[in-house]
Design a protein around this ligand. Sequence first.
Ligand SMILES: Cc1cc2nc3c(=O)[nH]c(=O)nc-3n(C[C@H](O)[C@H](O)[C@H](O)COP(=O)(O)OP(=O)(O)OC[C@H]3O[C@@H](n4cnc5c(N)ncnc54)[C@H](O)[C@@H]3O)c2cc1C
Length: 355
Amino acid sequence: MTEKQIVVLGAGYAGLTAATRAGKRGRVTLIAPESRFLHRVRQHETAAGHPEHRPAVAEVLRGRRVRHLPARASRLDLTVRKVFLDNGDAVAYDTLVYALGSRTAWHGVPGAADHAYGVERAGEVAERLRTAERPGTLAVVGGGATGIELAAELAEAHPGWKVRIVAAGQVGGWFSAKGRRHVHTVLRGLGAEINEHRTVTAVGPEGLTTTAGRIPADLVVWAAAMEPHPLAAEAGLTVGPTGRAVVDGHLRSVSHPDVYVIGDAAEVTVPGTGTLRMGCATAQPMGRYLGNVLAGRTDKPFAFRYAVQCLSLGRREGMVQLIHGDDSMRTSVLTGLTGRLIKTAIVNGVVMSLR
Ligand SMILES: Cc1cc2nc3c(=O)[nH]c(=O)nc-3n(C[C@H](O)[C@H](O)[C@H](O)COP(=O)(O)OP(=O)(O)OC[C@H]3O[C@@H](n4cnc5c(N)ncnc54)[C@H](O)[C@@H]3O)c2cc1C
């Protein structure tokens, strides 16, 4: 009997975790451009100029029956079950795992894509800061977790620069009152300026235009929103309102059951928990579950409960917000060095559990 061809697209938290587990039993082809793991939850550190921690993909795959093709998928044909690559090759599959993650969403804001840096360009931000003739002003757009981590890290690493965080709503508005207070106290302590309820309507070479006036900035980092990779919708997988591919309780596409979708690319609703948000916290458990499904270790539906939300706030401070299983806030938070150490342990644990 010929072995079934499992093809995994994307080597992020979801795809790489699924591939290593599935590759313990079957033969897997992993398609992703990078030779080093893209540790996205540390990209704010890269932007601040700290050393990168990215294990080699080959090292993570060592001892597994996984062939890594360093290429990009440019088109999927779900009828003939083929993935077409940017190098002109095509790869046939019996089972496809779609884990292409997400990327910066500009939402059509004029000038944003031209004048602001998405988080993907963290290395270029570090270079701009390193080579600047003199310190200036830096705006971080977005009051979510990524924007907060960026603003804190950049303000701490570059105290000569004036860092401004700009949010359409509140900065850290979804945290408990205690958590939100802590985030604001730390950001202000690092010298960052907090601008809330200011929607950015345009970005130019001199900074931001917002619904409440102009905010000058020499350098703009955009962390306002992420959107799923468009290939799923282009290929004809059923997608939800945010462009994520809708999956069933076993993480199979509702329109194409031979395609599994995991990580930021998937719109998955877990009974009792709700529709999961994009995050490493949800992507890696999906990868782990699917790897076990493909290795024949389980046929139960995917189950998931949240436990904590955590932030790094520079190198010395952190925050762990305790939450209920459905992602709603508890009142308690752990802060200071304790919060920082827990966050570091979680981030390191993510890499260890890729295998
Ligand atoms: C600074 C920062 C901090 C964050 N902090 C947290 C946090 O504390 N907690 C949390 O839960 N989440 C956090 N996130 C979000 C988290 O990083 C994402 O939700 C997570 O990376 C999603 O994992 P994924 O495996 O679905 O996709 P990704 O990590 O985006 O990986 C996608 C993979 O697909 C590959 N790929 C893309 N296009 C192609 C193509 N055409 N062909 C082949 N391969 C392709 C990529 O190279 C990559 O290997 C943070 C994000 C950022 C930027």
